[in-house]
Ligand binder design. Structure first.
Ligand code: SF4
Length: 698
């Protein structure tokens, strides 16, 4: 009951991008009672099933507790020296682009900063990418094109102030449950919910309107909305005249195809009355927030989807105002921190790009050579380069690409063939099986640093327990390797010192405080320890910024937002006689990524104890598949076995499989092994939401 608590530590949940505050009442040993932090603005004390079960996941089973080299125990000195020597030798023989880091939204901002500084600043390659590539890279690219920088305009308060919330490919009830509860409360005062999703998810179940669109028809739907708003005269011409470029080009592109309600409804596979209801609701509600998440982003035209949503908001001036914005919600606890620090292959730290000016600014700040002249390889390309031998040494940190990446079987082949694989993680995973060197990292409950949630709010993740065994902080592991490689500038004494340097970089020669953390660049260690949640960007006065673009000025050179014409393209690969169905892989309510943590909590495993494939009753009957029977799911890439779940929540012709199961839990049910690695050409984000597939009884 917590009465035996020795101390209570305020920290942040390990899982999704809501970034809920957690109070951990720490008892003897590693026992902890978890409650929601009532003072944290993201959740005001609420937690979902995953956050509530954090205490069940902090045991030491399966943990990496000592460095190993080729499976044998080693000490930190030996392991650090070997990693440094092999990376140096590889770079000397084959150049800096022959090495790579594949990192994770589970890393803290301090970890991300050090990884990026080492790779882009000193090794001299852009080859650092993150598993956030699988999550919201398309939204990043859309933000950059529309706003001039990867900026999330709104805040969680907007979700309560809105009169209409549109969920575009976003099952918030399962993936961001605490935010969804906040919006459910807003419904009590009349807020309307529209869900755009091929599946009737829990979010769609209770919505005012569910548009079960055909897979990958989102751009058609949103373009049709814009055309309808123009027809109605429901656009904000004053806002466009003052703040937006590109409106004419976008509307000119729209008239090239039939934008009538009947044509759009037919292409999207929805009833014309439902389409009209959506368009009526959008036209009538100035306070509209359009949430978009994996269903929009995980697509070969994910960037176009984001831009089509943003276009509708810019044309109606619904941005930078209370209760009105397009809002990309991130999947991971620190996807945003990674975006800010340059954890993606195509950005530098502090939201800078690869322009000569930005490169020079970062290099001078670091005292590093200006050698990283171009973006590096994005996640899918990176593992292709490992497979074909261009990358000869890779360091994977806090992620499990042997399960999570598309065509994960090919990723395994790549890792097996790679001359030098380093994995730093807190637990053994499917990926550690390929490591020549395993480095024990801290887990949630031991890590100490900062994370940034979906509304740009920086919060402290604090340690509840001392490091077990020889486990170390990721930033420290990398800093020691960097020093062993002979690089200066990695000798920080603490995580607070890393954070201070990062905050100073954001403000360094920054002509526009818009993107900086200026007010945090001189934090003392104790102020860092006590840092309260605050929304980036942060002025010199320490004040955060809840809402961006309130003055209608954007981050483009002329300070005007850009509407960008986008054309619907449909799926990257069409279904065929051999593979007639559309397979969608994704998350379920109570599991997280590849179950390395949530799989430890018995309560969380009850919700869906085994891999399943969801199928519409008419499809199931036609195929002779019974509910609860084993089914064989095949794609051109691979085959999996899962339990058939017959449900009219599924669209006819579509299948859904959760992506969580691993070798440790159910190797035959690895869903992302089935997915072809087709990506959006701009964002590099894979199309997890549509792979041609077939299913039959096992
Ligand atoms: Fe954790 Fe997300 Fe649940 Fe909040 S909503 S408790 S951040 S998993």
């Amino acid at each position: 009951d917590g009465s035996a608590a020795l101390r209570t530590v305020k920290t942040t949940c390990a899982y999704c991008g809501v970034g809920c505050g957690v109070a951990g009442a720490v008892g003897e040993g590693r026992s902890v009672l978890i409650t929601g932090d009532a003072a944290h603005p993201a959740n005001l004390g609420r937690l979902c099933s995953k956050g509530s079960a954090l205490g069940a996941t902090v045991g030491l089973e399966g943990r990496l507790l000592e460095p190993t080299i080729n499976g044998k125990s080693a000490n930190w000195h030996e392991a650090t020296a070997l990693v440094a020597r092999r990376f140096k030798e590889t770079i000397a023989r084959h150049g800096p682009d022959s090495v790579a880091f594949y990192v994770s939204g589970q890393l803290l901002t301090e970890d991300y900063y050090v990884a990026n500084k080492l790779m882009k600043g000193f090794i001299g390659s852009g080859n650092i990418d993150t598993n956030s590539r699988l999550c919201m890279a398309s939204a990043v690219a859309a933000h950059k094109q529309a706003f001039g920088a990867d900026l999330v305009p709104g805040c969680y308060e907007d979700l309560e102030l809105a009169d209409l919330v549109v969920f575009s490919g976003h099952n918030a009830a399962w993936t961001h449950p605490v935010l969804f509860r906040r919006m459910e409360q807003a419904r009590a005062r009349g807020q309307k919910h529209v869900v755009i999703d091929p599946r009737r998810t829990d979010t769609a179940e209770g919505a005012d309107l569910h548009l079960a669109i055909a897979p990958q028809s989102d751009v058609r739907l949103w373009n049709g909305l814009l055309a309808d708003l123009v027809r109605r005269g429901a656009i904000d011409r004053d806002y466009i005249a003052s703040h937006v470029n590109g409106f004419e080009q976008v509307t000119a592109a729209l008239v090239e195809s039939d934008q009538s309600l009947s044509a759009v409804a037919a292409d999207c596979g929805v009833a014309i009355e439902d389409l009209r209801t959506f368009y009526d609701l959008f036209a009538a509600n100035a306070r509209t927030v359009s949430l978009f998440s994996m269903g929009a982003n995980q697509s070969a035209q994910g960037v176009a989807k984001g831009l089509a949503i943003i276009n509708a908001h810019l044309a109606t001036g619904r941005i930078g105002k209370p209760g009105a914005c397009p809002f990309s919600i991130t999947g991971q606890p620190n996807a945003m921190g990674g975006r800010e620090t340059g954890g993606m292959a195509n950005t530098l730290a502090g939201h800078m790009d690869f322009s000569p000016e930005d490169r020079d600014r970062v290099a001078r700040f670091w005292g590093a050579p200006d050698t990283t002249r171009a973006p590096g390889l994005k996640a899918v390309e990176m593992f292709e380069a490992v497979r074909d031998g261009r990358i000869k040494a890779i360091w994977v940190m806090a992620t499990n690409p042997a399960v999570s990446l598309p065509a994960s079987g090919a990723v395994r082949d790549a890792l097996a063939a790679c001359p030098f694989v380093v994995v730093s993680d807190c637990v053994e995973t499917d990926t550690t099986a390929f490591a020549h060197v395993k480095l024990p990292a801290l887990a949630w409950g031991e890590k100490d640093g900062t994370v940034t949630n979906s509304e740009r709010r920086i919060s402290r993740q604090r340690a509840l327990f001392p490091p077990p065994g020889q486990a170390r902080a990721d930033w420290k592991i990398m800093a020691d390797v960097a020093t062993a490689m002979g690089f200066d500038g990695f000798g920080w004494a603490s995580n607070a010192a890393v954070f201070r340097e990062w905050a100073r970089l954001t403000a360094y020669e920054n002509r526009d405080r818009f993107l900086s953390l200026a007010g945090l660049s001189a934090l003392t260690p104790s102020a860092y320890g006590e840092l309260l949640p605050v929304q980036w960007p942060i002025g010199v006065d320490g004040e955060g910024t809840p809402r961006l673009f309130v003055d209608g000025r954007f981050q483009t050179p002329d300070r005007r937002a850009r509407m960008v014409p986008v054309l619907p393209k449909g799926p990257a690969e069409l279904t065929s006689a051999a593979f007639p169905m559309s397979l969608n892989t994704g998350r379920i309510r109570d599991q997280w990524h590849t179950m390395t943590r949530t799989g430890l909590a018995p309560d969380l495993c009850r919700h869906a104890p085994e891999p399943y494939v969801e199928i519409h009753p008419e499809d199931a009957e036609a195929l002779g598949l019974k509910d609860g029977a084993l089914a064989r799911v095949s794609t051109a890439r691979a085959e999996a076995v899962a339990v058939a779940k017959v449900s009219d929540r599924q669209r006819r012709g579509s299948l859904f499989m959760p992506m969580h199961w691993t070798d440790a839990f159910a190797p035959s049910g690895r869903a992302n092994a089935l997915v072809e690695p087709r990506v959006d050409p701009t964002s590099g984000q894979p199309e997890f939401k549509h792979t041609p597939a077939r299913v039959r009884p096992y």
